[in-house]
Ligand binder design. Sequence first.
Ligand SMILES: Cc1cc2nc3c(=O)[nH]c(=O)nc-3n(C[C@H](O)[C@H](O)[C@H](O)COP(=O)(O)O)c2cc1C
Length: 334
Amino acid sequence: MTTAPLTPKQRDRILRAATSAPSKHNTQPWWFRWDGDRLEVHVDPDRTLPLGDPDTREAHIACGAAAFAARLGYASLGFGTAVDRLPDEDDPWFAARVRVTDAAPDPRFEALYWMLPRRRTHRAPFQETPIPPLVLEYMRDAARDEGTWLRVIEHGPTYEHLLGMIRQATDLEEEHLREERAKWVASPDAIHRHDGIPARSLGPQPETPTGTVRDLAIGRDVSGRGIAVFEARPTIAVLETRDDTPAAWVTAGQGLLRVLLTGTRYGVAASFANQPLEITELRDEVASDTKHYGTAHMVLRLGMGTDVPPTPRRPLTDVLGPSAPRSRNGAFPV
Ligand SMILES: Cc1cc2nc3c(=O)[nH]c(=O)nc-3n(C[C@H](O)[C@H](O)[C@H](O)COP(=O)(O)O)c2cc1C
């Protein structure tokens, strides 16, 4: 497509959208590069979690979400886009390239763009109002539009089994994972940082552990958190892709953000109970228990949510390449 090049202001708008994406522990494991009007999204190996995400699956999910958010930024300027996942077969850290096309943007993207600053991971109790079934349908459609699958589980034996797996995984979590997480979650230097999860975003401690509300500071004494009664049986959903490759992980991220923003439009918020996905044997079981679409990537706790505080983001000057480091110890881990 031949268009005038993006202005610096337009580029910033797109980048700001991209960096608003969710990422595990808010590590923001990405760096970006402009190639003309095309935006490259790369995994930053120095911001991955060697213990909590050894194969960098979740870092690629975050980069997929960032690519989707970038598309919304382009759409808000009137540009239609397409995403090339893993565009360089020799570079698995190069997660995605977003390029402008001749097509008009998806008409639903404009509204989703405006949801970016409103979407937040919601670790507080949900309102009692149930999620309207039609909204869950929209969220399923949103997943499907990005080539992913959202399986909503509200009750029955599958629900009980999944809840059991989440609890089991929480009990099995090893100390070294908690230590790695503590560097990013409610860390004492949070006030000076533009990444990680500050204590205010942890949500209160559950009065009775429900399993579905993940306490990211479990076993630690974080002041000022308070205690609250959480809903005992929130809606749970599992996001899946057919394959389990770096390209599929990027797809999962695109689907994840489209689902979350679609929910945000209708007052639905999410937090995540990914514990069973972090233990290989349980991860396989989550997927098989959710009717074999493929690979499970995220376990979502869903409900009608009120405002919760935002997490920080790095300044745009921090995320722009091309001089970012290329690899963790030089090699891709899969
Ligand atoms: C791949 C991935 C995995 C995540 N896992 C969890 C999790 O297990 N528990 C949780 O509470 N939040 C989880 N999150 C949410 C992040 O902590 C959250 O996106 C980040 O702190 C930024 O905050 P925000 O979503 O409010 O913008 C995950 C996010 C991503 C993208």
